[in-house]
Write a protein that binds this ligand. Structure first.
Ligand SMILES: NC(=O)c1ccc[n+]([C@@H]2O[C@H](COP(=O)([O-])OP(=O)(O)OC[C@H]3O[C@@H](n4cnc5c(N)ncnc54)[C@H](O)[C@@H]3O)[C@@H](O)[C@H]2O)c1
Ligand SMILES: [Zn+2]
Length: 375
């Protein structure tokens, strides 16, 4: 174990697993699979970008541990997260005669994790799989919790299955090659964990945001570890998203609406979530659930991370209509995660009239200040 290596346990009875976080863990993939007792073939699902950067280290580690490892490469980007991408993987597995004792490794960002995890869930009625996430979003969010799946033209993540990984190996060194915008977008989810569950962690982020932006090893490992602990504890309480797991959607009611209005292209997911958190906190203040100080502290941290906060060029009717399509709508009511304090949230139904009043007030205030948009 390197000096900074940490381990988070996800306790889900017979589906429990470890998330190990530490510099250099990419070269531990082979020995780690041995440690779990896997003796069959290994398929490494990745894309050309990640394969070029990290494929050699992972394949070397697997081969030195005596594994017959096969790289399965799908195109980069969200477009690969579709049934055709799943078919590519299943086809390679069948052709190479993978069977029950084999294991899949997902080496890449959230797209690769969701895709490979889903292929693992359905091939031969379920292969074990291991996540080796290489983006911040994947390290703090998508690799933890067992949601796998692909997009359908009519809906993101519409086709999927719950399939927990057997191990997650996070090597923060992979973040050094991540485009800055991807890294910063991932910080929105990290800030989210502080807001929903841990005021001390939020304060830590306030103190160390600059170090995080410089990718200093200690703060980066601490931020990933605490984020994984919080996601793990929520998932442990509610593996299949009936109630408590919904708090993870903080910032996502407005965030998803903005993504949908921008056609999934204008804003990165984390950027939309950042705006969503700032706006939902302000709405929470308007509704009397939290103080202005909560709103101001969160807004300052989001800005310091380099994330956007403004809800510009959106009309109330478009925003409200887009919020109706969110999956948190139950029997026609939009449910939203609203902060009460830093580290504590509540889930409440939103009344159209109250949201409109908030929106109009914000808009008028900022229009008078000359910004022309809701900030
Ligand atoms: N399953 C879940 O619970 C869950 C949670 C959150 C997000 N997701 C899903 O995750 C996906 C988004 O994941 P993402 O943000 O990781 O995007 P991504 O997987 O598309 O990766 C972003 C880009 O970074 C590149 N990349 C990956 N690692 C790199 C590295 N170390 N250095 C340089 N480039 C690298 C990739 O090739 C890709 O082009 C979405 O499809 C979303 O639905 C799933
Ligand atoms: Zn998210």
């Amino acid at each position: 174990m390197s000096t900074h290596e940490t381990c988070v346990k996800v306790s889900l009875a017979e589906r429990s697993y470890d998330i190990r976080i530490g510099t250099g863990l990419l070269s531990e993939v082979g020995p780690s699979l041995r440690g779990l007792g896997f003796s069959g073939r290994v398929g490494v699902v990745t894309n050309p970008v990640v394969r070029r950067l990290y494929g050699p280290a992972v394949m070397r580690s697997l081969r030195s541990a005596g594994y017959d490892a096969l790289a399965i490469v799908v195109p980069a980007g969200e477009r690969a997260k579709c049934l055709r991408g799943v078919w590519t993987i299943l086809d390679e597995l069948a052709t190479a005669r993978f069977e029950r004792g084999s294991v899949l490794v997902a080496l890449g960002g959230g797209v690769i994790g969701d895709l490979a995890g889903f292929a693992a869930a359905i091939f031969a009625r379920g292969l074990p799989f291991v996540q080796v996430p290489t983006t911040l979003v994947a390290q703090v969010d998508s690799s933890v919790g067992g949601k796998t799946g692909v997009n359908h033209p009519l809906g993101k993540n519409l086709i999927g299955a719950f399939h927990q990984p057997r191990l997650v190996l996070v090597d923060p060194r992979t973040l050094t090659t991540l485009p800055a915008r991807e890294w910063v977008a991932g910080l929105a989810e990290v800030i989210k964990y502080g807001m929903i569950a841990d005021d001390a962690f939020f304060a830590y982020l306030e103190q160390h945001m600059r170090a995080l932006l410089r990718l200093e090893e200690g703060p980066v490992i601490r931020a990933i570890t605490r984020s994984c602990q919080i996601k793990a504890s929520v998932v442990e309480e509610d593996e299949r998203e009936s109630d408590r797991r919904r708090i993870l959607n903080y910032g996502h009611t407005v965030g998803h609406a903005l993504e949908a209005l921008g056609g999934y292209r204008r804003l990165a997911h984390g950027e939309a979530v950042a705006i969503g958190m700032v706006q939902e906190a302000d709405l929470s203040r308007h509704l009397g659930h939290c103080s202005g100080e909560v709103v101001a502290r969160q807004r300052a941290l989001v800005s310091e991370a380099g994330l956007p906060v403004c809800l510009s060029r959106v009309t109330f009717s478009d925003l409200w209509a887009a919020m109706q399509h969110d999956k948190k709508v139950t029997q026609g009511r939009v449910y939203c995660v609203l902060p009460e304090r830093i580290g504590a949230v509540t889930i409440a139904p939103l009344e159209r009239s109250a949201v409109k009043q908030w929106f109009d007030q914000r808009h008028r205030k900022h229009a008078t200040e000359g910004s022309g948009g809701v900030t």
